[in-house]
Ligand binder design. Sequence first.
Ligand SMILES: NC(=O)c1ccc[n+]([C@@H]2O[C@H](COP(=O)([O-])OP(=O)(O)OC[C@H]3O[C@@H](n4cnc5c(N)ncnc54)[C@H](OP(=O)(O)O)[C@@H]3O)[C@@H](O)[C@H]2O)c1
Length: 343
Amino acid sequence: MRKLKVVLYGVGAVGSLIAKFLLEKEGVEIVGAVDVAKDKVGKDLGEVLGLEKKLGIKVSENVDALLSKVNADIAIHATTSFLRETFPQIASLIKHGVKVVSTCEELSYPYYAEPKLAKELDALAKKHNVTVLGTGINPGFLMDTLVITLTTVCQKIEKIEAVRVMDAAKRRLPFQKKIGAGLTVEEFRQKIAEKQITGHIGLEQSIAMIADTLAWKLDKITAEPVEPVIAKKPVESKDIKVKAGEAAGLRQKAKGVMKNRDIIILDFQAYIGAEEEYDAITIRGAPNIKQKIQPCIHGDISTVAMVVNSIPKVIKALPGLLTMKELPVPSAAVEDMRKYISL
Ligand SMILES: NC(=O)c1ccc[n+]([C@@H]2O[C@H](COP(=O)([O-])OP(=O)(O)OC[C@H]3O[C@@H](n4cnc5c(N)ncnc54)[C@H](OP(=O)(O)O)[C@@H]3O)[C@@H](O)[C@H]2O)c1
């Protein structure tokens, strides 16, 4: 059986990690890469990934030019978070008959923020007989798919709460900057106002996905303003020192409200110096459920895993735009990829 042919669309931080993992994996081959970053276009993918060897794959800035020369089964898409921006990129892949797994947060549950674009993408995917999935660790798993899976054992549910607490000191520098670590509180608030810090994207998508799965008609989904987590004492990572009184990172909450009750609450916290890291899900119902994963799931490792593990399920799925709730039970694909699919 031949190897699965993969194109990478976006070889930034996450796309590069996915590429390195795919290079180690049996049964898959990378046949092309697309990115617009000036420091990547035209270079050999091996060089972009910081490897010592060349891979014989030049990073192209034009997906149509690449796919008119190269046949691919599936694209791993990791460029930006907003569907309005990623729509034309994903549409190009679909028109070339290439299936898509994307880390675009809004695509994880596109019916919340972009229902019209979601409908268009679904129709386009069906027309070209391909499947498209938005996934990742969060959104994509921790605060939605995993929550939904746990609800399976409940007869009744009154309230759902999911909390993620991460020590940002253990994450890469761009992530620490993205959450405002080391800024004064004034600087933090200014960067939030100017959208230089966006915070975590996807809480509303996760809430909408849970509610729709349970057939709960929410009155509204509210996202609270992103707040700095202010360091009570000096804390530091390898690259950033945070003084007491400065922002060590951020906290943000979103709620799904039904009949004046906060029925789904998601609470995301990422800051340098978090003493206890965890992912916790509490379901109040029959039975009550308390699940705590300690330490919290590693965001980068597991985003790569979620994307790559989704490949066989997307290859085998019916055409159209899918979300995690429409795929079979999620699972790892740790063996040769060909064992999970037949091409
Ligand atoms: N769902 C999840 O759990 C999850 C987890 C991790 C990441 N994500 C999301 O995945 C996306 C990628 O993350 P990242 O950390 O890898 O971001 P990144 O480091 O900024 O990398 C994105 C790469 O894509 C390139 N790019 C941007 N627009 C493009 C376009 N139109 N065509 C081709 N290439 C384009 C960027 O080039 P420039 O630098 O020139 O813009 C950059 O090289 C982000 O939106 C991130 O929030 C989601």
